[in-house]
Design a protein around this ligand. Structure first.
Ligand SMILES: Nc1ncnc2c1ncn2[C@@H]1O[C@H](COP(=O)(O)OP(=O)(O)O)[C@@H](O)[C@H]1O
Ligand SMILES: [Mg+2]
Length: 350
């Protein structure tokens, strides 16, 4: 006779993780199972604290256990999260970050920095440890979007200390220059600046390193992808044709650099720029569509005054769209980390 815990575990091994498409027992997501007085209690260890799928787990575990395993009348799930380490990063980097995600676009001004900012603060708000590198070295906007006018990172033990706002650790050339003394750099200097932001900053352990890129297919994404193993890229576009045409070029670049495209974000969706162009682009290339963000004054004001809309006004249409985007993106990052680049559908050229 097997124990009731064994039978519960066996039933749970029929519960499929919807993103990873494997059962939660073999994924080692079930911990600390106990059964008492008809209640099965266990912890599910998610691959991200920003998991959009808790309701699905509850539903599936209920369906597998209650009325299916004799003696189980109800379940109680405790939640925990442990971000896995990207296989490609593990061992190749002496900085303890589990994933590196680049935010990119073809065109400028489509909302990369806005997406990077809101993604980072949402992940941190959910409980993840998050870093953000402003890799738009020549036109750094991240400090302003976090409300940091005059922040200066301290140096200790030969390493720069990142500034921390809304739970996100930040580094930017904006902290090292003033607006009236812009950086003027050639490609090789850009290259080493981006490298140093990884290696010469005291990041500590990070679940997610978000990198906000300058627009286009220039030196920065090339330097980044050649220097560090990237978990993937997120491509931001506006809905209109011109922006989408540039986004296609960005996606093709990542394909050539062998960086998985985690998905496409359509920003500034609405009457003015139209709607649907980003999703159609994603679909035509077999890429995940991560979400549509409305064109809204609150988003722009959030950027100008350092109050990211996703935490400043989380229940507004824009705020909840950004939060949802962060959850969907976190799920795609988990899939990319656990399955490796080879299984992510990338069909840019063909
Ligand atoms: N969904 C949106 N609604 C309104 N304004 C937005 C939205 N997304 C971005 N913006 C604004 O558009 C401008 C450009 O966005 P930004 O994130 O700096 O783009 P990029 O980094 O791609 O150049 C900023 O002033 C920003 O606040
Ligand atoms: Mg930007």
């Amino acid at each position: 006779m097997s124990s009731i815990e064994d039978r519960v575990m066996q039933a749970l091994s029929t519960v499929i993780e919807p993103e990873l498409n494997r059962d939660i027992v073999s994924l080692e997501m079930v911990r600390d199972l106990s059964v008492a007085e008809g209640t099965a209690q266990f912890t599910i260890v998610l691959t991200t604290p920003a998991c959009p799928l808790k309701d699905v787990f509850v539903e599936r575990c209920n369906a597998a256990l209650v009325g299916q395993v004799e003696g189980i009348e109800q379940i109680r799930i405790n939640w925990d999260a442990q971000v896995p380490t990207d296989r490609r990063i593990h061992g190749r980097l002496d900085v303890p970050m589990k994933s590196i995600v680049a935010i990119a676009s073809g065109k400028g001004g489509v909302g990369k920095s806005t997406v990077a900012t809101n993604l980072a603060v949402c992940l941190a708000d959910a409980g993840a440890s998050v870093g953000l590198i402003d890799a738009d070295i020549l036109n750094p906007n991240i400090p302003q979007m976090f409300g940091l006018g005059s922040g200066r990172p301290k140096v200790a033990n030969d390493k720069m200390q990142p500034l921390e706002v809304f739970g996100v650790k930040l580094i930017s050339t904006g902290f090292l220059t003033t607006p009236d003394k812009p950086m003027i750099m050639r490609g090789p200097m850009l290259h080493s600046a981006i490298r140093q932001f990884f290696t010469d900053v005291e990041w500590g352990r990070l679940d997610y390193m978000i990198v906000d890129l300058p627009p286009g297919t220039g030196d920065a994404p090339l330097s980044l992808a050649q220097s560090f193993p990237l978990t993937g890229s997120v491509i931001v576009t506006q809905p209109q044709d011109v922006a989408v045409a540039d986004a296609i070029r960005a996606a093709a670049m990542f394909d050539q650099l062998k960086v998985p495209v985690l998905g496409v974000v359509e920003n500034m969706s609405g009457e003015f720029f139209g709607s649907g162009g980003g999703e159609a682009f994603a679909e035509s290339r077999g890429l995940p569509f991560l979400g549509r963000l409305p064109l809204a004054a609150a988003v722009r004001e959030g950027g100008d005054y350092g109050r990211p809309v996703s935490i400043h006004d989380p229940n507004s249409a824009a705020g909840s769209a950004f939060r949802q985007l962060s959850e969907v993106t976190a799920a795609r990052i988990s899939v990319a980390m656990l399955q490796g680049a080879d299984v992510i559908p990338i069909n840019i050229i063909g």
